[in-house]
Design a protein around this ligand. Structure first.
Ligand SMILES: O=P(O)(O)O[C@H]1O[C@H](CO)[C@@H](O)[C@H]1O
Ligand SMILES: O=c1cc[nH]c(=O)[nH]1
Length: 252
């Protein structure tokens, strides 16, 4: 096959599993947890490394920030033979109990972004694959991590999250933000809704684990708000979840 237009890969890699950070700068670090890691390709925001876990090929590819580049990356990875994808990213806590450094496993995503609307109407939920989510939960437990499992909010504007008062539509953003919190939303990020909807439409498995960087709600209430930019724990949890899924696949 010809190399895919954006990610620059063809199907010769032979991997079914992909770990997907947003940040290209996180790819090599994640690949360091695989056996025999090597750079496979680099185009636009898509940096890809390949390695192995339990003898099975695994890709690590950055998606860039937001739904559009994530959807393109997922579409093209699927064309090259990938059928199981785990996003490992960062988020901002929304629920009071979600602290900087905690892991958040997203079993579903609020579709307050634009990309997934060009696949299916908003009434359709953005839901993670059950087996991938279960593997992420087991992995987080085995690592002894503090983690939360639940709904995240996906939006297109990082600064609409952090400075809604600056935006002409700020009142609406604030009203919705309050609504998501009252409904039990854990955290905010930018890619999982597009990942889940595109995965659903293509018929592939997807899940997501996030490092909480901070929690602006805790800060607002005068509570402690430790910041954590270290994604190591989320990465280790994602890599081990892939191992668990590979083991599960070979025993079923
Ligand atoms: O750290 P990543 O995976 O990029 O994820 C989060 O960080 C970016 C914003 O800072 C957005 O992409 C958001 O979803
Ligand atoms: O607050 C945050 C942190 C990471 N990513 C986001 O989208 N928001």
């Amino acid at each position: 096959m010809e190399k895919m237009y954006h990610i620059g890969l063809d199907d010769s890699h032979g991997a079914r599993y992909a770990i997907l950070p947003g940040d290209p700068g996180r790819v090599e670090k994640i690949a360091g947890y695989l056996d025999n890691p090597r750079l496979l390709g680099q185009n636009r925001e898509y940096t890809t490394w390949i390695g192995e876990l339990s003898g099975e090929k695994v890709l690590v590819m950055s998606t860039g920030m937001g739904g559009p580049s994530t959807a393109i990356g997922v579409e093209e990875l699927y064309q090259t033979g990938v059928d199981t994808m785990i996003r490992v990213g960062t988020c901002g806590g929304m629920a009071e109990e979600v602290m900087g450094g905690d892991l958040v496993i997203a079993n579903g995503a609020i579709r307050m972004e634009g990309t997934s609307k060009e696949y299916v109407d908003l009434a359709f939920p953005a839901v993670a694959d059950f087996d991938v989510t279960a593997a992420l939960r087991q992995s987080a437990k085995e690592l002894g991590a503090r983690f939360h499992l639940g709904i995240v909010q996906c939006k297109d504007s990082f600064y609409g999250q952090h400075s809604p008062e600056r935006m002409p539509c700020g009142k609406k953003l604030e009203e919705k933000w309050e609504m998501w919190i009252k409904a039990g939303c854990l955290a905010s990020e930018m890619e999982s809704a597009a990942l889940y909807i595109v995965a659903q439409v293509l018929g592939v498995r997807a899940g997501c684990i996030l490092n909480t960087v901070w929690n602006q709600e805790r800060k607002k209430k005068g509570l402690s708000d430790p910041h954590c930019h270290d994604t190591t724990l989320a990465i280790r949890a994602a890599v081990h979840a892939v191992e668990l899924l590979i083991q599960e696949g070979s025993s079923s």
